[in-house]
Write a protein that binds this ligand. Structure first.
Ligand code: ADP
Ligand code: MG
Length: 257
């Protein structure tokens, strides 16, 4: 089992879209996937066709150790993957965890028991470097960072890279930055090409080869409770995410440098 956080402390950068579509893309190529929604907004949950108002138990109960992953996960039937869902209740966990021991390692512990059930675990993180995100980072082998190629994108990146470095040093020696994923990309915009070139110059092969284009079908899919990959498999966005799933599998197959 390999565990990845989809993280970026900025909101609206494509984290949830990436988590949901990578989950569905990996499922399509035969991987057993668990998608964990760590954002109280519950967008990954709803976008997988699971009603966030009807979750009981949810990832909240897993963090507070009143349910196991196996008890709390739901099946996204269309997506072909499992979901540990979230809703507003999860915002309370943030406060409740503060006073508890092993507060950073709740999710990590819970996932150990589900190790044999999944090839990939993807964690959709909230747009903050909170205790919830920390639980994600402490559980993971790697971080996937979706980003738009905009002027300020590089600035925000250094905070995230520092956080990953600190968690690696103090809490989780397994953690590393797997890669930066360019999303909502529009090749007609000169600035986006420039930022993309800067990214490659600065981060080298930490920049995924796959580029996710701006594609309205990806934005429409969540209102049908489906990943874009399932909703319109022939759309450019869907094809790009399946390609990204293949790139992830290929990368992991390679021996460490
Ligand atoms: P985050 O989880 O980082 O807040 P989302 O995945 O929810 O970001 O994306 C923010 C908005 O952008 C959503 O409305 C989503 O549908 C839209 N979006 C994300 N990726 C794309 C894309 N490649 N093309 C078009 N719209 C996108
Ligand atoms: Mg989100």
């Amino acid at each position: 089992m390999r565990v990845f956080c989809v993280a970026n402390q900025k909101g609206g950068v494509g984290k949830t879209t990436t988590a949901v579509n990578l989950a569905a893309g990996l499922a399509q190529i035969g991987q057993r996937v668990l998608l964990i929604d760590l954002d109280p907004q519950g967008n990954a949950t709803m976008g997988s066709g699971i009603d966030k108002r009807a979750l009981d138990p949810s990832v909240y109960d897993v963090l507070l150790e009143s349910a196991t992953v196996a008890e709390a996960r739901h099946r996204s039937v269309k997506g072909g993957y499992d979901v540990l869902g979230a809703n507003r209740e999860l915002a309370g966990a943030e406060v409740e965890l503060v006073g508890l021991e092993r507060r950073n390692e709740r999710l990590r512990g819970a996932l150990k028991a589900a190790q044999a059930d999944h090839d990939f675990v993807l964690i959709d993180c909230p747009p903050s470097l909170s205790l919830l995100t920390l639980n994600g980072l402490c559980s993971a082998h790697g971080v996937i960072v979706p980003m738009q190629c905009e002027y300020f994108a590089l600035e925000g990146l250094s905070d995230l890279v520092n956080t990953i470095r600190q968690v690696h040093a103090k809490l989780n020696r397994d953690l590393k930055l797997i890669g930066l994923l360019r999303v909502m990309f529009d090749p007609r915009i000169t600035l986006q090409n420039q930022v993309s070139d800067q990214l490659k110059a600065h981060f080298g092969d930490k920049v995924f080869q796959t580029v996710i284009p701006r594609n309205v079908r990806l934005a429409e899919a969540p209102s049908y409770g489906q990943a874009g990959v399932v909703f319109d498999p022939a759309s450019k966005g869907a094809l790009a995410y399946v390609e990204f799933a293949r790139e992830m599998v290929a990368r992991l197959g390679q021996p460490a440098p």
